[in-house]
Design a protein around this ligand. Structure first.
Ligand code: ADP
Ligand code: MG
Length: 681
């Protein structure tokens, strides 16, 4: 079984160069290739003859060339080549557009299998731009052809051959992972047959059967893994019972603002959870800017009042240090000691912090993944908060809470997840929603413009800068390469710094900078020493600079709606009218529609629903967003019924065999480990 971990470069027809290209598709091992599921299929399996051909249908047929080709030039850039063909039921023409070079290709008397769309009129039957091959070859016609996601330098045909080779060599070494009682229960296709049929299906029905089986297997492994992690982490019902403290309400009274109704409701839910002896496990969902942080601060304050420590984990150093700043600002007047633990601080400082954490001198620690390292120990950890949890793996979240003994847990997210799905993915999490923005926020005005408007946009930004405001300028992620993305950002940075905005201070922020550099830039931006910040999407989550009121996004068409919404949420955080300018360089109707939606709505839930509609569920419910392992077959949205079944089965299986040690569960156990192996981040 382990030979499936072999690097793809050793597969016949791959080699180092193609292996490199395949890596861009996240394909590194033989297993990755085997599970590289086609994104679609081209059904060329329907065989008919000219006599029975129906207009509009896509068919394969066997024909004989029965005349000389004729070429018609319709316009300067349009020619039609017609080739007369016949079979024993009638006559017709193969028709090719703009392919004059085929003129000499087809000789009278030759037999071909062709596949294409039928265009039938009263006068003739045409097969338009058909795929063709000599009789007897049957490589391209007469069957269902898989269509794969590709990358530059790799064609579908090449991919097809590679997959063919890998199956030839390895199909028989794939072990069945499902126990026979489940295969029987759902009448599932066996694993080898499923793999074969998902790539080279014998029929449409077989694609469905194969997909159903593979999706079930994957979702079962997902549920088994999640349930195991949850059982391990939260099996205890004796959580901490924090006493009721009036100081919490004094704290609320002394805030510089009044909590919104929604914030107050969620705060009360949290306080109630903390005061009973069940371990709190609560997901707080709230759109960008809804004020999640202060709700977390109240909970931390309450924990500290009762003699416990609290920890807050954020996905990036920028966010962690920002949280640290605001938490210290809120709580240091109350004599609470707060520290920041991130990768970039000096060893000496780190050692001090670790010591003070262990001795209990530090009340609140804020940090990144640095918090879950083995050497971090607490004296009395009572509350764990993770912010923007979709950036963390499930495991990482759990490892922080394991540093205490049944601490209360709050998970904060700005990603709107439909409730039904949330219940399945986070079955045991209670959910609180902050569905209201603080009052007095001016609605962000959003404009979409073409690149031809660049000069006017620059002028507009300049006017705001002259009034003392600040701007973000975001340039897009270039899918293929981080270094290309960065050089695009640098180019724009130089253009703005050396030319357009010479009178202002321009800064740049991107993923390749060290954390220290990033922090310095952010500090300068916060203090308005930088007026315009050119950035890649690293500023996407959580950054808070109220004086910044303009967000310009180049190549906005390359972002999903949810991401644009997150980016836009960086402005509109202060008293000033804010603007979001989307520079759209595409005329694709979907891009136009996206821009229109962004101009019309500022509601995260509405936008994510539209995102779902436009991109299809696959992308929005990309499991990455929820800190779950990447699924290769199943789709959490469309396969919801399979997911429900898998959830039930997983529960039953684990009740009987919690460690999956039973011989009939060994395959499943392997599958679970495989699915949860990659510690992304
Ligand atoms: P998010 O939910 O995106 O994490 P934050 O917690 O960063 O939002 O809050 C955004 C801004 O709104 C912060 O500057 C915060 O101090 C402020 N804020 C939070 N709650 C309120 C409120 N009830 N009234 C006014 N301002 C608030
Ligand atoms: Mg936040």
């Amino acid at each position: 079984m382990d030979n499936l971990n072999l690097n793809v470069q050793y597969i016949k027809g791959v080699g180092p160069k193609r292996a490199y290209r395949l890596r861009r598709l996240n394909v590194e091992t033989v297993r990755d290739l085997i599970y590289f599921i086609p994104r679609d299929y081209d059904d060329r399996s329907l065989f008919k003859n000219l006599g029975s051909a129906v207009n509009g249908e896509k068919i394969s047929l066997e024909v004989e060339i029965c005349g000389n080709s004729s070429l018609n030039r319709i316009k300067k850039n349009l020619s039609i080549l017609k080739i007369p063909v016949k079979d024993n039921s009638g006559f017709g023409n193969l028709t090719f557009f703009n392919q004059d070079y085929l003129r000499e290709k087809f000789k009278i008397g030759e037999k071909y299998i062709v596949n294409g769309k039928v265009n039938k009129t009263h006068f003739e039957i045409q097969i338009t731009n058909p795929i063709y091959e000599k009789e007897g070859e049957s490589k391209k016609t007469g069957k269902i052809i898989p269509i794969y996601n590709l990358t530059s330098g790799l064609t579908n045909n090449e991919m097809l051959k590679i997959i063919h080779n890998v199956l030839e060599e390895y199909l028989t070494s794939i072990d069945e992972s499902l126990p026979s009682y489940l295969i029987k229960k759902y009448k599932l296709m066996g694993i080898q047959e499923s793999i074969k049929n998902i790539h080279f299906p014998e029929s449409k029905n077989n694609i469905n059967l194969a997909r159903r089986r593979l999706a079930y297997e994957e979702l079962l492994a997902l549920q088994l893994g999640l349930t195991t992690i949850k059982n391990k982490a939260y099996n205890s019902t004796n959580g901490i019972k924090f006493p009721s403290r009036d100081e919490v309400y004094d704290f609320l009274d002394n805030l510089p603002f009044k909590l919104t109704k929604a914030q107050l409701k969620v705060t009360n839910e949290i306080i109630e959870d903390m005061e009973n002896d069940r371990q709190m496990n609560r997901l707080v969902q709230g759109d960008v800017g809804s004020g999640k942080t202060v709700v977390g601060v109240v909970a931390m304050y309450k924990a500290v009042l009762s003699g416990y420590q609290a920890a807050m984990m954020a996905p990036t150093e920028i966010l962690a240090s920002q949280h640290f700043d605001s938490i210290s600002k809120f709580l240091s007047p109350y004599g609470i000691s707060c520290e920041l633990l991130v990768g970039s601080i000096s060893k000496k400082r780190k050692d001090e912090i670790l010591e003070d954490l262990e001795s209990g001198k530090i009340d609140i620690i804020v940090g990144t993944h640095a918090l879950i390292q083995d050497n971090v120990e607490f004296q009395r950890l009572g509350l764990v908060i993770t912010d923007e949890q979709h950036r963390f793996g499930v495991k990482q979240r759990v490892s922080l809470s394991e540093k205490g003994s049944n601490p209360d847990i709050i998970v904060m997210t700005a990603t709107p997840i439909p409730r039904t799905l949330a219940l399945i993915l986070y079955g045991d999490l209670d959910i609180s929603v902050i569905d209201e923005l603080p009052p007095g926020r001016k609605e962000i005005e959003t404009f979409a413009a073409g690149i031809d408007m660049k000069e006017r946009i620059y002028k507009f930004v300049e006017k705001q800068l002259q009034e003392g405001r600040q701007a973000y300028v975001v340039c897009p992620l270039i899918e293929e390469s981080e270094s290309l993305t960065i050089s695009a950002a640098e180019k724009l940075y130089r253009e703005l710094k050396e030319d357009v905005y010479r009178k202002f201070n321009v800064g740049i922020l991107h993923g390749k900078m060290t954390s220290k550099e990033k922090d310095e830039i952010m500090e300068d931006f916060k203090a308005n020493r930088i007026n315009i910040l050119v950035s890649t999407t690293v500023i996407e989550v959580g950054v808070n600079v109220p004086n910044a009121n303009i967000m310009v996004i180049f190549n906005a068409e390359r972002f999903g709606l949810a991401q644009l919404h997150q980016l836009r949420g960086r402005v509109g955080r202060g008293e000033y009218q804010s603007y979001c300018i989307l520079i759209n360089e595409s005329f694709n109707p979907i891009s136009m529609e996206r821009m229109r939606i962004m101009q019309q709505s500022t509601d995260g839930f509405v936008i994510s629903e539209k995102d779902l509609e436009l991109r299809g569920p696959g992308e929005f419910f990309g499991t990455r967003q929820h800190g779950l392992p990447e699924l290769r077959v199943a789709n959490l949205f469309t396969d919801i019924n399979i997911l429900k079944a898998a959830q039930k089965d997983a529960k039953l299986i684990l009740e009987r065999d919690p460690d999956l040690a039973d011989p009939e569960h060994i395959g499943l156990r392997k599958r679970v480990l495989e699915l949860f192996k990659e510690p992304s981040n």
